[in-house]
Each structure stands twice: as structure tokens, then as C-alpha cells.
Design a protein around this ligand. Structure first.
Ligand code: AMP
Ligand code: MG
Length: 340
């Protein structure tokens, strides 16, 4: 299959949005930019289109998709019995990197929700994504546009590296602002529960949902065979080909550790750049978690491009967006943490 490149240059913008929407309405799969990561979109109302998404990504069938909407009418079409606190969160965090798990209506095919009676919904803020949803006129089911298990894509080149020839089209926009996937909160079990940390932080959520709980899968490995609230959390994820380790240490101990291992590649902070003497990829400032989120997946992909065999990532703090970065890295490292 030839994968169309849809350019957003000013004179091609309208045509490309129209083409993406036409493909989506006709059951195609199109990679689209969002403010979190690139998504692989399909009509959330078309079971066959959704099947193509799972196939192109090699995604396990039991891992449900997030449905992307452009307005509140779409929310009420796909979800019901929405609790008051969820509506308050929608008001506060939408459009933005925030996903709510709610009771689904029958309009959502069971393939989208992997057979669950819930649906994950998000209203993205990226203007291109919003134009595509509006022009299509349908909610779009979209997981990240990478091969399952690989680092999520934050640039069109990442999408093409994984999916060229397997999908109908990719919309060529810039790099994604946030850089990690959305925050996922479940509202279906009484007390709201954080299933996945993301661009909206736990600190922000607590201001509106003081009793929110944090699912155990956020920072630790679910036990084999255990039933998990967020099916996606049980899979190895985001991983480069190299053996990856997460290193929790201050700057001095981290530098001493990686400098003593001459085969490894360091994924480190700007603050480490003078002291780390082995091959390194700087992913942002320790003081500014948003910069780390923005570049973490690109850094993991770059490690592969360098042919790294072993990667030692300097672990971020677990506060603010740092919690989301830590959550992705601990999975990329298959839960191997070195504490110094
Ligand atoms: P991705 O589409 O790759 O960003 O992953 C979506 C994440 O949302 C995965 O971790 C899923 O397990 C989670 N998710 C999607 N739908 C549901 C749902 N209905 N209930 C619980 N978690 C969900
Ligand atoms: Mg994903």
C-alpha cells in the first residue's frame, strides 16, 4: 500500500484536511498530529477501520483505543451516565492532554473498547487534529501511530519509520508539543482513578478531584495474569532495541556510573552534559520536566539510530509532568531501575 504524505503548507492545507477526512470517512487509517503524540486514526464508528488500526500497529486486541472528539455533542453521543466531577474536569482540561474513561453507549463498536463496557474519550487541542475531526464529522479512535512496543511517535519521521506502506496516509505537521500521551482517569468505579499520568499532572487533578487514587500500574509492574484497570499498562512499551536501564541518582553519581561503562549510551539532562564523557543524548533539563516530556521518545529512538546496545537513562523526578516521563521510561526499561 502506498502511504500518502499530506502536506500542511499554506496552499495545500485545505486539500490535505479534506483528503484525510475523506479517507477516514471511507474506512481508511490516517496518522494525524495531536499535542501529545501522533495518533493513528480511524472512524470510531467503523469496526473494520478500527481492525485495520490494530493490524497496522500489531496492537494486542485486548488493549482499547482512545476516541478523539471535537465538541461536547460527540461526548454525549458516545458516553452516558457521566458523573458531575467528570464534566467539571472536561470543562477545566479540554481541549487538552486529558482522557476520561466513561460508560459507553452502544454506538461504539466493541472492538474500539476491546469488549469493555467503557470508552476512553479525549478532546485534543491540536488545531490540525480538531480540523480533521470536524471535517470528518465523526469521532476518531486513535492509539499512538507507532508499531506496538516501540517508542511513541512525536515527529512525522517516527511514524513513517514504523508504518510507511501499512497505512493510508500521514499528515505531515511539526513535532508534538507535549511529547507524551494523555493523562487517563477512570470515572467508572466510584472514586476517580489515575490510570496513566500525562500532560495534565496529578497535582492539577487533585485540585478538582481531591480523593483521586493512583492505580498501582502507574509506577510498578502489574503481576503476570493480573486483571489491570488499564489494559495498556501491562505491556512492555516504548522500548528501543537496546537494553535500557533507568538510573536514579544525583548528577555526580550518575556521571561516575555511566563513565565507568564504556559500551553504554547515556540519555541524560542538560545539567549532565559536561560531566558525562560517554556517547550521550540530552533529553532536556532536570529542572524543567516539560522539556523532558517533549523529547523523551525522540531520545529513545535516537539511541536505536546510534546502534546503542545498552542505554542508561537519568531518571526524572516523579513530580509534575516528570511522573508521566518516569512512567514511560520505567516501561522502556522493562522495570529495571538502578538506584545509586
Ligand atoms: P494509546 O492509545 O496507545 O495511547 O493507549 C491508550 C491507553 O488508554 C491504554 O493504556 C489503554 O489501556 C487505555 N484505555 C483505553 N480505553 C480504556 C478503557 N475503556 N478502560 C481503561 N483503559 C483504557
Ligand atoms: Mg501507545
Amino acid at each position: 500500500m502506498y502511504t500518502e504524505r499530506l502536506s500542511l503548507k499554506p496552499n495545500e492545507y485545505e486539500k490535505s484536511i479534506a483528503r484525510a477526512s475523506e479517507l477516514l470517512r471511507n474506512g481508511g487509517v490516517v496518522a494525524v498530529p495531536t499535542e501529545t503524540v501522533y495518533g493513528l486514526a480511524a472512524s470510531a464508528y467503523c469496526e473494520d477501520a478500527v481492525k485495520k488500526v490494530f493490524k497496522a500497529k500489531g496492537r494486542p486486541q485486548d488493549n482499547p483505543l482512545i476516541v478523539h472528539i471535537a465538541d461536547m455533542d460527540m461526548l454525549f453521543e458516545i458516553a452516558e451516565d457521566i458523573p458531575e466531577n467528570a464534566l467539571i474536569c472536561a470543562e477545566k482540561f479540554w481541549p487538552g492532554p486529558f482522557t476520561m474513561v466513561l460508560k459507553r453507549t452502544d454506538i461504539i463498536p466493541s472492538g474500539v473498547s476491546a469488549g469493555l463496557d467503557t470508552v476512553a474519550v479525549r478532546m485534543p487541542s491540536d488545531p490540525v487534529c480538531r480540523d480533521i475531526i470536524r471535517k470528518s464529522g465523526i469521532p476518531l479512535a486513535a492509539p499512538s501511530a507507532n508499531l506496538s512496543g516501540k517508542p511513541s511517535p512525536t515527529e512525522p519521521s517516527h511514524v513513517l519509520c514504523d508504518l510507511d506502506g501499512k497505512i493510508d496516509a500521514v499528515v505531515i505537521s511539526g513535532s508534538c508539543d507535549v511529547g507524551v500521551e494523555s493523562t487517563v482517569v477512570s470515572f467508572t468505579g466510584g472514586t476517580p482513578s489515575l490510570l496513566r499520568p500525562g500532560g495534565v499532572t496529578l497535582e492539577q487533578l487533585r485540585e478538582i478531584l481531591p480523593d483521586i487514587t493512583v492505580d498501582s500500574a502507574v509506577l510498578s509492574e502489574p503481576e503476570k495474569g493480573a486483571k489491570v484497570a488499564s489494559p495498556g499498562m501491562k505491556y512492555k512499551h516504548y522500548a528501543p532495541k537496546a537494553d535500557t536501564y533507568l538510573v536514579e541518582a544525583d548528577g555526580e553519581k550518575y556521571a561516575e556510573f555511566v563513565n565507568g561503562r564504556n559500551n553504554g549510551v547515556a540519555i541524560c539532562f542538560t545539567e549532565d552534559s559536561d560531566t558525562v564523557k560517554v556517547k550521550k543524548i540530552v533529553y532536556g533539563s532536570r529542572q524543567n520536566e516539560a522539556t523532558l516530556a517533549h523529547s523523551v521518545f525522540d531520545a529513545l529512538r535516537e539511541a536505536d539510530a546510534l546502534g546503542a546496545e545498552t542505554v542508561y537513562v537519568h531518571a526524572p523526578s516523579k513530580t509534575g509532568v516528570g511522573l508521566a516521563v518516569y512512567n514511560r521510561l520505567i516501561r522502556a526499561a522493562a522495570f529495571r531501575v538502578i538506584k545509586l
